[in-house]
Design a protein around this ligand. Structure first.
Ligand SMILES: [Zn+2]
Length: 322
């Protein structure tokens, strides 16, 4: 009896402790987005650079970094030769010394130092680097190109800024399954399988089999980057999301009427419907059973590579069913 009671108390105590921990973790997670947003808004007030650009730059860099390390409030990593100036090897944080060496490092929090590890200093510095070209959208695009010297980086930051601006939020975690789950469909893990058509290729995606006309939906927040015909993919769509991931939908029978390149989409938005287009000149259809080919490509800031969407599809399917 006593033993039972002790065991019950122990279990209760354990349950209470784990609940508290889970709640604390959730609070931390929420507050990191609040902290970021407050810093972006503050830097916008100081530099005129819209908060959603600063947020998109931070988001881009975070998604090129090692995700196993603890998440920083601000992940923008300004190279030290840019921050301190070439020749300022002592990395002295005094603002006057940095200026003497033509470094870009600035003091955003008013403590007299330009600290490359301080969130406010980093954002104020980035804001000023962009501002050298002017505050308009075109100026910012030129500034980003001069800073990163990579088209895909500039494109991704621009897209992400559009999403953040539209939803006035940086904590966008909803997802959806790419075909309507109230229709018949089936899929297996076929990523990496060999494909014969057009020479030997490996299968860079998951095939979701469904009838003609089954709605195809966006799985994520992002921007439509590409639409049109492709020899292999038929009528296909490419959506760049806010995590440096490109989502590729192929073999569709057609597109949703008002969908266009540059449009911001959210999870669940209908993109078109399942078909069997491809493997020939524009309009070719019926060379294989109708299905949606769904591929995912990650950009790490240097190159883009295909990865297996199957575990994500499983997860989004569970989310969609709840
Ligand atoms: Zn496929």
């Amino acid at each position: 009896m006593v033993k039972k009671l002790i065991v019950s108390i122990l279990i209760l105590t354990f349950l209470c402790v784990s609940t508290v921990n889970a709640e604390e973790e959730n609070e931390d997670k929420e507050s990191i987005y609040d902290k970021r947003m407050a810093l972006f808004k503050k830097t916008e007030a100081l530099t005129q650079i819209p908060w959603y650009y600063l947020a998109a730059i931070d988001n881009f860099e975070r998604n090129t970094q090692d995700s196993s390390e603890p998440e920083k409030v601000i992940s923008i990593d300004i190279p030290s030769e840019i921050w301190f100036g070439i020749g300022n090897a002592s990395e002295y944080q005094g603002v006057e010394i940095i200026e003497m060496f033509d470094g870009k490092g600035k003091d955003g929090n008013g403590d007299g130092k330009a600290d490359p590890e301080d969130a406010e200093d980093i954002l104020f510095t980035m804001g000023n680097i962009l501002l050298e070209y002017g505050p308009t959208e075109d100026d910012i695009k030129i500034a980003l190109w001069n800073y990163y010297k990579r088209d895909l980086t500039v494109q991704t930051i621009k897209n992400t800024s559009k999403v953040f601006r539209k939803f006035k939020d940086i904590n966008l975690t909803d997802r959806d399954f790419p075909v309507a789950i109230n229709y018949n469909y089936s899929y297996n893990n076929t990523w990496g399988d060999r494909r014969g058509f057009g020479g030997l290729r490996t299968h860079e995606g998951t095939d979701i089999f469904a009838d003609y006309g089954t709605p195809v939906k966006s799985t994520t927040y992002g921007v439509v980057e590409m639409m049109g015909w492709n020899l292999y993919g038929g009528w296909r769509i490419g959506i760049r999301d806010i995590y440096n991931i490109y989502h590729y939908y192929a073999h569709m029978s057609g597109y949703n009427d008002d969908l266009q390149i540059g449009q911001v989409v959210k999870p669940g938005d209908v993109l078109g419907s399942v078909g069997s287009t491809g493997y020939g000149p524009p309009g070719t259809s019926g060379k294989f059973p109708p299905h949606l080919h769904y591929g995912m490509y990650k950009d790490n800031g240097k190159n883009e590579f295909s990865f297996d969407p199957y575990p994500y599809l499983k997860k989004w399917e569970r989310m969609a069913k709840n």
